[in-house]
Design a protein around this ligand. Structure first.
Ligand SMILES: [Fe+2]
Length: 308
């Protein structure tokens, strides 16, 4: 049992044009040919898509798709997840073809966050070319990046990812956004890695699932130069900054957060720590950021206080 990497993310949208603009003009992602069912597909490397954006009735993160090694691993994972009481819906052959995979199933974690698992990935015959000349995104064995969810039933959901799915704990902190006084119980976080060097391929925060269905996803650029240029594009096109440039303690990523048309954030970063999953010892960081990362809500509170 084990998870190879985050392979793709699927998003439902009422505003496909806005997503297209955001991804191609801010993130520098390549728009591929639309899928057979009309969904938009976006690439950051040789995979046929990393983001599948389909037009629906709402703006909602549908699922993060994680890859497992083979058909046997997929079958035993489906069994384990069903035995843990989560719904398992095996994908059709058409659904697998749309995803560029051999087989997949849909499920959700105990908080209801959408997940898919698959095996048998594919590559596109066409080279990856960023519309904004980004030389490459950091993917390969480490997958497309990470996805972050929230769970009110935090302990149960963390146990699901660790004991049922097969992710491993990387950093298990508690963050005190309210100053850490007696009235501040803090908020649990779980950063978990797959069987690759990416510090976390999934993370969970303790709290209600946001209406968008996701907290953020992260894409990694090859340099600070590319992150800075992406930050300029966000400002030039008027997209809302959710957190200013900064650097995380735990995965050392330098980057910023921008609100996507889906309501959740996209973290665009670089220089992320690569761990050795075989020898990693679980950490418990006490802070989120070494520097920067002023969150939009912190900025708003400061401005409100100044206006009083
Ligand atoms: Fe992140």
């Amino acid at each position: 049992m084990g998870i190879k990497a985050l392979g793709y993310c699927i998003v439902e949208t009422t505003q496909p044009e806005r997503w297209d603009h955001f991804l191609t003009q801010v993130a520098g992602v390549m728009r591929a040919k639309d899928a057979a069912d009309g969904a938009m597909q976006f690439r950051i490397d040789q995979r046929p898509f990393r983001l599948r954006i389909w037009q629906g009735a709402k703006d909602h993160f549908t699922a993060a798709g994680y890859e497992v090694t083979d058909a046997a691993a997929l079958a035993s994972l489906a069994e384990a997840i069903a035995a843990a009481g989560r719904p398992v819906e095996h994908g059709s052959a058409d659904g697998a073809a749309l995803r560029g995979v051999a087989a997949f199933f849909k499920t959700s974690d105990p908080a209801g966050n959408g997940l898919e698992f698959y095996h048998g990935d594919s590559v596109s015959a066409e080279p990856f070319v960023s519309p904004l000349d980004i030389p490459r995104f950091i993917t390969g064995d480490m997958g497309m990046g990470h996805a972050v969810f929230q769970a009110p039933n935090f302990d149960e959901t963390v146990a699901f990812y660790r004991d049922v799915v097969g992710f491993h704990e990387t950093d298990m902190p508690r963050f005190y956004f309210g100053g850490g006084g007696p009235d501040d119980p803090g908020m649990g976080f779980a950063f978990m890695h797959a069987d690759n060097g990416r510090h976390h391929s999934v993370a969970l925060g303790e709290g209600p699932v946001p209406p968008s269905g996701c907290v953020h996803i992260m894409l990694e650029l090859p340099s600070l130069l590319e992150v800075g240029k992406a930050h300029d594009r966000m400002k030039a096109h008027g997209y809302a900054e959710s957190a200013s440039l900064g650097q995380h303690y735990n995965d050392e990523t330098v980057g910023f957060y921008v609100q996507t048309p889906g309501g959740f954030d996209l973290e665009i970063g670089c220089d992320s720590l690569v761990i050795d999953p075989a020898s990693w010892e679980v950490t418990k960081h006490i802070g989120i950021s070494i520097w920067g990362h002023e969150w939009a809500w912190q900025k708003a509170m400061k401005e409100a206080a100044a206006a009083e």
